[in-house]
Write a new protein. Sequence first.
Length: 494
Amino acid sequence: MTSSQLFASQFVAQLYNLGVKSFYLAPGARSQALAIAANQLAAQGLIDLTVRLDERSMGFLALGRALASEYPVALITTSGTAVANLHPAVLEAHHAGVPMLLLTADRPAKLRGRGANQTTEQPGIFAGAVRDCIDVDTDSDPRKVAIRAVELAVGSEQRPGPVQINIQFAEPLSAAEPDANEFVAKSSRLQRQNHPSELQVKVSQNAVVVAGAGAGAIANDFAQTANLPLLAEPSSGARFGSALTNYIRSLGELASEVDQVFVFGKPTLSRPVLNLLRNAEYFVQKPEHYEPFDVFAKAQGFADRIVPLGRGSDQWLERWQAEAELSPRAELVSKVWEATEAQDITLFGASELIRVAERCVKPKRVEVYASRGLAGIDGSVSTALGLAQGGKRVRAVIGDLTLLHDASGLNRTGLGDLQVQVIVGNDSGGAIFSHLEMAEILPAKDFENLFTTPQQVDIEALAKSYGWHYIRTNPAELDQHLDRVGFVLIDCVL
Ligand SMILES: Cc1ncc(C[n+]2csc(CCOP(=O)(O)OP(=O)(O)O)c2C)c(N)n1
Ligand SMILES: [Mg+2]
């Protein structure tokens, strides 16, 4: 049998040859050959190797890094529950189309179901959330396995996304030789192969363009070309230009007149926008990463590129202009939005603040992310740190419960110097739930216990125990702190 180390060295080197430059490792015994091989490449400066304790937060860190680099990153775990801890980030990556390679170390297959230590059914553990699970022992050809994995992750067959490579390591689990650098060749990225489809659609006079998460600037180009109102979410990548409207305010009056919608990306934030699709005909331009959006199962057509025939009227466009929301939360998100420059990234957590941003932030071409694949409040601190590993300054705008959910993600160990501000809109609990009908029906105390769950955590102590600079402020004074460098936690009290 081929040795564990030979397989690991060739496999890791081949990933490098295929352009994979960011590796993540959570320590364990079964994965030691992969750890040693990755470290050998890192020692030569060929790859970045980040070592984290907690696989769950490592998953989101890697997700952020993959978002920033738009190329697969590799994650190495040991066997057992370590693998399962990647699941939340894998689900988000699946739905948002983020490429990741999950190198999960395992014992030989013959030991499954026999009570062997730290051994479970790892193949299939992520079900349909991975593009494939390649289950191999160390007699397989590591180069072929690596090529197949990277091809699938970049989206050569479907959308980009996570791929699991489950590697059965038998003892001896590692050796000093061979060195992974022996198998290194020129590193170049695999390109995604695709054959774009096109659809021409006659533009109605009462049409709008809806740009959800991941829509990209193409949605903006479309709205400009077709002279249509643009309803663009903060993380759409299309929230700029003259066609953008403060649409949430306008919708009450104009929704019933809309008879045609062009959908880009994954719109999820506002029910009034989604309701437009119930009543109008709609066409979907398939996003590069997210799954094509069709929750009402009545899209009139899908294509990689929709070409508008004709243009909307200026009168229709003008009717969509409205005033932005004014509130302390609006002040908070607007200040961050205004401070964002070309070399910055803004990340919104999945809760009330991104919805407020949708109602108020001005047209501006900025780099914005939000985990809208599954809209979890988990992993947001880690995702911000992963984005920052790409070299830009990152500001994450999140709720207080969202912070606490990923408190262990604050661990700076192994991260070096990053520029990251976590700006917490602190309203002590889940403000978003106040919109639920239950808020009116249940006794206030029950509603608090079951939904808002107010917290009294000492956030200052939390930040300091992880070595973050802590600032307590309010929306009116927030702008004074947005240039602070290093690891900064801004507790913005609402
Ligand atoms: C992993 C996960 N668990 C639970 C939820 C449901 N959820 C959505 S928002 C929210 C509360 C968020 O509170 P906070 O972060 O303080 O934001 P706020 O709405 O107060 O601004 C919860 C529990 C979720 N989206 N993801
Ligand atoms: Mg809150």
